[in-house]
Ligand binder design. Structure first.
Ligand code: KG4
Ligand code: ZN
Length: 342
């Protein structure tokens, strides 16, 4: 079986061709980083318009790389939740059109579950049951994942996502978008103990939630001084930027690591899968690795290319297809984090 998977939930236009044996025949990702850079974050309307321009060339390229024509496809999968409404709609319209034209089934993909499935692709099906930590630009959440299609939300950010905090703090520090890689680079030469930033809920063993907006504000005050929340970008010396980046990164990493391992203790599970763009962070990987060794936990972090948004992780649709979960062609998008209608 050849599955075409389409991903357009945020600012990456992606298509992949995967077989039912989970062989990846092609993967194409067209990044929009350049378009959003000068705004310091994703502008939804720009993202949807860019998806419209790119979706067909990206699908064509994936098919060409796989050496297949539309007639060789057996199903099309598309991420329809969660994400930016306009962005999701572009992928969904493309997927429906191919399904209608070729008379093949449409399979829905939950983008967050797909991020965890990226770990299963890398590490094998015995990663389940596991705790799933997703840390991306739009989401930061913890799941109990009993199987590839059985996810229960146990905790989430009550305000900003971790990746969003990276992007906004990078902007404050005059570093380029996307903020994650820029802060990671700047932090290499910084002292994480130079500033002591808040770590929300860290001492609360009853909460598996996250909060990063107070941390963002703390960085802002550290840059501008107390009582001066508004500042035109100050010309910060390089060593201060490095210290601020390192201390901020350490605070985010502390929260993610602490809550992920609290979740493992509470659920009694022994495997941790980590996905989403922030999972690309080197310091986070290092700390998770240390902690996993210490606590005898199996750690599966998606490889870099599968951590950030891509369509290969849409291979989770093979599981849905096998479970008979085919969608009607009036399928809609669900921008917020809601349960996929059965
Ligand atoms: O999963 P993703 O590609 O898209 C969403 O679904 O949001 O995640 C993008 C986010 C951005 O906020 C970006 O700054 C962050 O992932 N990111 C990182 C790193 N690489 C990407 N954050 C920290 N460290 C990194 N190395
Ligand atoms: Zn994502």
């Amino acid at each position: 079986m050849n599955l075409l998977a389409i991903e357009s939930s945020c600012d990456e236009t992606a298509a992949a061709v995967v077989t039912d044996r989970l062989e990846v025949l092609a993967s194409v990702v067209a990044s929009q980083d350049e378009l959003h850079r000068r705004f310091g974050g994703v502008v939804p309307e720009i993202a949807s318009r860019a998806h419209v321009e790119r979706i067909l060339p990206v699908i064509d390229e994936a098919l060409a790389k796989a050496g297949l024509a539309l007639g060789d496809l057996d199903a099309v999968a598309v991420a329809n939740t969660p994400g930016l409404a306009g962005s999701l709609l572009v992928g969904l319209a493309a997927a429906k059109t191919i399904c209608l034209a070729m008379g093949i089934p449409l399979v829905a993909v939950n983008h967050l579950q797909a991020h965890i499935y990226a770990c299963r692709l890398a590490a094998g099906e015995d990663v389940f049951p596991c705790v799933g930590l997703i840390a991306s630009g739009g989401h930061t959440s913890l799941y109990r994942c009993a199987g590839p299609l059985d996810f229960k939300l146990l905790g989430a950010t009550i305000d900003d996502a971790a990746g969003e905090a990276f992007d906004k703090v990078a902007n404050m520090l005059g570093l380029a978008y996307p903020g994650g890689p820029s802060i990671q680079r700047a932090a290499e030469h910084g002292d994480p103990r130079a500033y002591r930033f808040p770590r929300a809920f860290l001492k609360d063993e009853n909460r598996l939630d996250f909060s990063f907006s107070g941390l963002k504000t703390a960085v802002r005050y550290a840059i501008a001084g107390p009582g001066k929340p508004d500042f035109a970008r100050l010309d910060l010396p390089e060593n201060r930027v490095a210290d601020l980046a390192a201390a901020f990164q350490e605070a985010v990493v502390d929260c993610l690591v602490d809550k992920a391992f609290l979740c493992l203790r509470k659920t009694g599970l022994a495997t941790l899968c980590v996905g989403g763009g922030v999972a690309a962070n080197r310091r986070l990987r290092e700390r998770l690795d240390e902690e996993a060794r210490r606590r005898n936990v199996r750690l599966c972090i998606a490889p870099l290319a599968l951590s950030t948004d891509n369509a290969v992780m849409g291979a989770i649709a093979i599981e849905r297809y096998k479970a008979g979960k085919i969608e009607p062609l009036d399928l809609d998008v669900y921008p917020g984090v809601v349960r996929q209608p059965a």
